[in-house]
Write a protein that binds this ligand. Sequence first.
Ligand SMILES: CC(C)(COP(=O)(O)OP(=O)(O)OC[C@H]1O[C@@H](n2cnc3c(N)ncnc32)[C@H](O)[C@@H]1OP(=O)(O)O)[C@@H](O)C(=O)NCCC(=O)NCCS
Length: 308
Amino acid sequence: MAEEIIDLRHFRSRQLDPLWNEQAREWRRDLRWDYASTLTLVRQYVESRLLSGYVLTGNGREPLGYGFFIYDSGKGIIGDLYIRPEMRTEARSNRLLEAMLETLQSTPGLRRIEAQIMPYQPAELELVFRAAGFAAHRRKFMVQPLEAAPADSPVQGLAPWSGEAMDAAAQLIVEAYTGSVDAVINDHYRTRAGAVRFLHNLVRFPGCGFFDTGASWMAMGTDRLRGLILCSRVMPDVTHITQLCVWPGARRQGLGWQLLLQARVALCRSGCQAWSLTVSAENSAALRLYERFGFDTLREFDAYVWER
Ligand SMILES: CC(C)(COP(=O)(O)OP(=O)(O)OC[C@H]1O[C@@H](n2cnc3c(N)ncnc32)[C@H](O)[C@@H]1OP(=O)(O)O)[C@@H](O)C(=O)NCCC(=O)NCCS
């Protein structure tokens, strides 16, 4: 029986469980990331038949891989693409991806599509994305082990993250990323409403791990929020930096460094073993800061963007 591409909504979550179990194992091994919490959400959406996507099936409709996407006010976001390791070929990945892109690009009113599929190496999906008119932006996944981190002292003058700072944080994000490649990749960074949405997703939903209050800090100036670091736990002993930004008027004075330092002090005290982040290769200021701070690149991947 030939392999088929079937609408995800024809499947119950238990049919996809073996696939997801393998995926969670791979994320844990390769990225030190417990993807199971994200998959819990995905499972719920699949069960409610609320998720758009496709399953690639082999003999007897056995799922070999799957991909899903979401619609977010005029934008499509590719949420995942996964093929079981022993079945993983470029042709199978491309087939699933093509099916998703075809559906998204033929959706009336859809003006933009974003995709960041971290486990795929750069160039692996490039032919399909390029043929569909996407631009690629190289990103780096960086990690710093914390077992041997220096025993730094806490930084004075920073405040722990508070939900009351949500609006100020959104404003800071918009100003910090104006004109940057990250605002090209992620259009939530371009408007205050988008940045609030981005922050809500981080703080309230476990899509990117569980918000790590202890490792999230703010630099309050007399008149405005000057800097921010936000983190989420992606494993019981591993955290991911989901946001680091400094107001343009306060840069190159060591504030980014101090925010990293304060978060690291808190993480070491809580027994965290490692932390990670993603950064655009073009973002030389951030890359230099992370490298000096002791992060190493573990892998690279591409972020893809399409505008109608
Ligand atoms: C990246 C960003 C957070 C850096 O903030 P910053 O406050 O300017 O950073 P710092 O002043 O701490 O560091 C800047 C420089 O000082 C160095 N530095 C600062 N404190 C230091 C210290 N105590 N010891 C050694 N070096 C230090 C850094 O390595 C860096 O080197 P450079 O001067 O050659 O560029 C800021 O540019 C920003 O907000 N950019 C937009 C948002 C963004 O891109 N965020 C990262 C997304 S992944």
